[in-house]
Design a protein around this ligand. Sequence first.
Ligand SMILES: Cc1cc2nc3c(=O)[nH]c(=O)nc-3n(C[C@H](O)[C@H](O)[C@H](O)COP(=O)(O)OP(=O)(O)OC[C@H]3O[C@@H](n4cnc5c(N)ncnc54)[C@H](O)[C@@H]3O)c2cc1C
Length: 391
Amino acid sequence: MPQALSTDVLIVGGGVAGLWLNACLHQQSFSTLLVESASLGGGQSVKSQGIIHGGAKYALHGALTGASEAIADMPGRWGKALDGTGELDLRGVRLLSDAHYLWSPGSLAGNITSFFASKAMRGRVDQVKGEQLPAALQHPRFKGKVYRLAELVVDVPSLVTRLAELAGDSLLAAQQIEPLRESGELIGLRVDGREVRAQRIVLSAGQGNADLLAALGIDQPQQQLRPLHMVLAKGPELKPLYAHCLGAGPKPRITVTTHPGTDGQWVWYLGGDLAEADGVARDEAEQIKVAQQEVATLLPWLDLSRVRWATLRVNRAEPAQSGLVRPDNAFLAEQGRLLVGWPTKLALAPDFSDRVLAALARDGIRPGSASVTQGLPRPPLARPVWEELLP
Ligand SMILES: Cc1cc2nc3c(=O)[nH]c(=O)nc-3n(C[C@H](O)[C@H](O)[C@H](O)COP(=O)(O)OP(=O)(O)OC[C@H]3O[C@@H](n4cnc5c(N)ncnc54)[C@H](O)[C@@H]3O)c2cc1C
């Protein structure tokens, strides 16, 4: 029988939400145990594009929506953390780009959209030209307009590595989670047969939250999944590009981020409208063909003959809402000692953490005594998805 443990906060799920929260709790001297059933970051987090949104893309209609306002301070908070002066010390995490760009390819509709975007953002975007353009767009044949957004792009694998360092001995690899009850009240979890008692239990397991809630016999909050069919491209001709390419509609036509391969080549990761409904309906070969056509139309000077392609199907996990509208904030629901939520965006991990810390403070939960956690089996770090698919 493995040794029973007790901890202040038991976290289930080692994506960016659980890891960020864990690091913040440590900093405030809480004892924690974070249980991960697969690999750290291997759910949505390392499959994300790493953009630390400030809300700009939600203003494309010409109006600042709730989404724009709620996440407006995230780039600032992350920027401070990255240079070691913020709430967490994330020095050593690789910053891929200190800006994300809005790129209008020159079509009439795209130009109008970017005009509204620039007006709506009231100085939060600046038009860039010539040498200030992203490397991939610096070509005499490029005719579009480009706006620089004060948003960051981080290398998520290095972020997960750093957050795992900040976790100390608190990480536990385990598969089987069952409720631990006393007099009908949930007082902890049985983790691979080991009793873990906790003052609070946080489920931050992304898509796994639904099954965990079912195992606990709880039917709220409900989860929704938004499927995506992303495209990856790798080749010696590809240069860094971090941009939303605007189309006629409110959503970016494609969103491109660029990630470093270990062989020195760059990998383009393509999302946006391309990866949504129609893209999800396509099979891999069709999806690659559409992506190739998009890139050839938008960057016709690019030699794609040596570029290799792959696709990735992945779900975004969020709290259920009518009409599959994207939530504006991190989401947290509470029931007794149990807290469950989704950050809804990597960028909103600090907001998720704030909500948990506020609930602890409100309930007078303070750091208490804890079991020794040294020597527990530690979950592995996830491999970058571009290394898996395009080695
Ligand atoms: C293609 C794509 C691109 C994206 N791009 C961006 C972006 O550019 N910017 C942005 O802000 N957001 C982006 N997002 C959203 C962002 O990735 C997610 O909101 C965020 O990563 C969610 O973090 P999480 O920790 O809640 O979940 P996850 O990263 O999914 O982590 C959940 C963890 O829980 C573990 N787990 C599951 N079940 C169990 C269990 N029973 N026991 C123990 N562990 C369990 C999983 O193995 C996993 O490691 C993107 C998402 C996708 C899919």
